[in-house]
Design a binder for this molecule. Structure first.
Ligand SMILES: [Zn+2]
Length: 233
């Protein structure tokens, strides 16, 4: 996976600015996987999309992920650090296209499915709506809680990278639980920081030397850093 070059990164940032988070993920996954026809990204298994986003993030910004979540118990902000590879464990294994459980035939969810249920405020209703969308045969609405849990576990097994969670324990109140990780947001946050930094560099060198944005971005990182250091004197 190639890292995002400056001009590509800025173009993605500009295109993604006004988009919904799920649309951004589709935009970034298309950039990560130019071998995928762009109009197929939203219908691909979510795990493959997430893996492509994590790999593009690691190639562009390094494998370490520093993040934080707010404790559901006390609100304390909890920091975490992990290596991308932990989340990609098993991502390269051949995945079955469907699975059968509790009288249902299921396919893995996609970005289009997530977008369709995104407006559902109630998490349990949202999970049922998502399962219904992923049901190729059978009636997901008839499942009791036990069968629903089995169906969700089967989907998890079918596409492990579709739903990335991190086990966390609060150091303040002791609350233990899972934090959801969204690879699209993780990548976008880094991309946004880098875009602002690049624009600031363009601004400083354009002011000092009269170069265009294209000329500044065409400089390699080492040469650009040298010029920036000289401008700062
Ligand atoms: Zn807590």
């Amino acid at each position: 996976m190639q890292p995002l070059a400056g001009p590509t990164l800025l173009a993605l940032w500009e295109r993604g600015l006004s988009r919904h988070a799920l649309d951004r993920s589709a935009l970034l996954a298309a950039a990560a996987r130019p071998d995928w026809p762009a109009d197929t990204v939203v219908d691909r298994p979510l795990g493959a999309v997430n893996a492509s986003l994590l790999r593009l993030r690691a190639a562009s910004f390094g494998p370490r992920i520093d993040g934080h979540v707010d404790c559901p118990g006390c609100g304390q902000r909890l920091a975490f650090a992990l290596d991308t590879q932990v989340l990609l464990d098993g991502a390269d294994q051949d995945m079955a296209a469907e699975t059968e459980v509790a009288g249902l035939r299921l396919r893995p969810p996609s970005l289009r499915d997530l977008a369709a249920v995104a407006a559902e405020a109630d998490a349990a209703h949202g999970a049922r709506a998502l399962l219904a969308r992923c049901t190729l045969a059978g009636d997901a609405a008839r499942l009791d809680e036990e069968a629903l849990a089995r169906a969700e576990a089967a989907l998890e097994q079918l596409d492990p990278q579709a739903d990335l969670a991190l086990a966390l324990q609060c150091t303040d109140c002791g609350h233990a639980g899972n934090a959801q990780l969204d690879p699209g947001s993780l990548l976008w946050d880094e991309l946004e920081v880098r875009a602002h930094a690049l624009l600031a560099e363009v601004h400083r060198l354009a002011c000092a030397y009269g170069w265009t944005e294209e000329q500044v971005l065409a400089l390699g990182p080492a040469r650009r850093a040298c010029y920036l250091a000289m401008v700062a004197i």
